[in-house]
Structure formats: C-alpha cells, structure tokens
Design a protein around this ligand. Structure first.
Ligand code: SF4
Length: 256
C-alpha cells in the first residue's frame, strides 16, 4: 500500500489490523533489542524521540487507505512507535481520516514520560509489553538501550492505568528465559489491573523457540482470577495469522 501503511494484516488480538509505521526505517528502530524480536536485531538503537515521518506525508499516505475494511488502525511496524515525537498528532489524523479505532503496540519504555502518556491516551487501545518480573530478566530478555529499568517502566504503566479511559492490555511474552516466572508475572498483572492480559509466545520465525501449547496453558492457570486473559494458542495455531501477500512481499512487521 505504501511505506507507512501496510496490510490489513490478521491479528490475533485486533482482528483485521491496518498497520501504520510512523518510523518507516530500514531495519528495526527501537529502544529495546528483545531476544525474540521477529524483526531481528535492532539496527537503530534509539532512546530519544524524534520525527521520522511528517504529518503532511502521513496525511497523504492515509488518502490511499480510505475505505480499506479493518477493525483497527494499529501503530506498530518496524520498531517502537512511541519513538515518533508526532505520535499524538498522528493518532488524531488517523482517526479523523479513516474513522477507525486506533491501537498502539508499545514496549512501554517511554511510558514514564508524561507527554508520551498524554499522546497514548488518545488511542482506543494501548497494548503495553511486560516480559520480565525482575531487572535481571528485563535486561536479559528486552535488552533496553538508554538506561531503561523495569521499575520505571512499571511505574509508567501504573500511572497510565490511573489516567487512561481506554482499553489497556498487557502483552506478556513467555520464552525459555522467563518460563518459570508466571506466578510473579501474574502478580504484576494483578497489580497493574489491565483490561486484558495477552499471554504470548513467539510463533513467528525469530531467534528463540516458542513454548509449547501445554506449557502456555499451565502459565495461563497462574493468572486465574484475572479477567480478560487470552493466550496466543487459544486464538491461533502456529501456522496461521499470515501476512497479506502484499505485506509478505514488502517486509516483516512485528506481530500485531
Ligand atoms: S519486539 Fe518490539 S520492543 Fe522488542 S525489539 Fe522488537 S520492536 Fe522493539
């Protein structure tokens, strides 16, 4: 469709999702370098926000997507969307142009910042990543740049939860490094009180192996009592959620 807008792709969490990539860089631009990232290693590590795509360019690109049937317009793409300093204005433009609810998938590293929380609050759905119950695993799994800590990140999500009126989902990716952490992760989820918890394991090709369905089902049990818990295996099997042919040819966005 364009370098900024892709799909719609099939998302296990958001249905038909029209992707918006406000970074549109070659290779992953991110404040993390997660071991399981399906984009591969982060080639542009960034811990400061900046403008990548102008709002004028975005508005022009959106003209090509008017009328495309989708359940959500989702800010995701090749990197961390909150790195874009014009995210808030971009959300407003997407809503007014496409008339779709907007979702943002974020690694939550910038949620300690008040300006980022204010911009994210313009979205209808925010999916925030929490993969680790302690600093050691946070550094090992998410490999953040710029001195991000788990403690500050959780504090940012906690503040956002208290301010935000939309739907807040936590995405928790389980891999070998945190497979024994479900009780602690469930405690974190209970404390953050999201509307949904997405228990995930990387099913798309990446550097680490997914955990099998039985193990994810056991992990799911540790979240008992929490409402809105979904696991990736309840919704898809490992060989579904294909990218659209157009998207497959163009690039590999991260899972939506
Ligand atoms: S999984 Fe997301 S947060 Fe992690 S490196 Fe990839 S794009 Fe960044």
């Amino acid at each position: 469709m364009s370098s900024v807008i892709y799909g719609p792709v099939s998302s296990w969490r958001l249905g038909r999702s029209l992707g918006i990539d406000l970074l549109s860089t070659r290779g992953n631009t991110c404040s993390f370098d997660c071991t399981y990232c399906q984009l591969g290693r982060t080639v542009r590590p960034l811990s400061k926000r900046k403008e990548f795509i102008t709002l004028t360019a975005l508005a022009k690109e959106l003209e090509t997507a008017k009328g495309v049937p989708a359940d959500y317009a989702t800010f995701s793409g090749v990197g961390e969307p909150t790195l874009a300093s014009n995210l808030g204005k971009a959300i407003e433009i997407v809503k007014s142009t496409l008339g779709l609810p907007v979702a943002v998938l974020t690694n939550a590293s910038f949620m300690p910042r008040e300006d980022v929380r204010r911009e994210l609050a313009l979205a209808d759905v925010v999916v925030a990543k929490v993969d680790a119950p302690d600093e050691e695993r946070f550094q090992a799994i998410n490999r953040p740049f710029g001195g991000s800590t788990l403690g500050e990140t959780l504090q940012g999500i906690r503040r956002f939860r208290s301010e935000y009126k939309g739907k807040l989902a936590l995405q928790m990716m389980f891999v070998e490094a945190n497979r024994d952490c479900a009780p602690e992760m469930a405690r974190i989820a209970r404390e953050l009180s999201p509307d949904e918890v997405q228990v995930n394991t990387p099913l798309r090709p990446c550097a680490v192996k997914p955990l099998p369905p039985e193990e994810i089902a056991n992990i799911r049990h540790k979240f008992s009592g929490l409402e809105g818990v979904v696991t990736v295996y309840e919704v898809v099997t490992p060989d579904v959620t294909p990218l659209s042919p157009d998207e497959t040819l163009r690039r590999r966005p991260k899972a939506v």
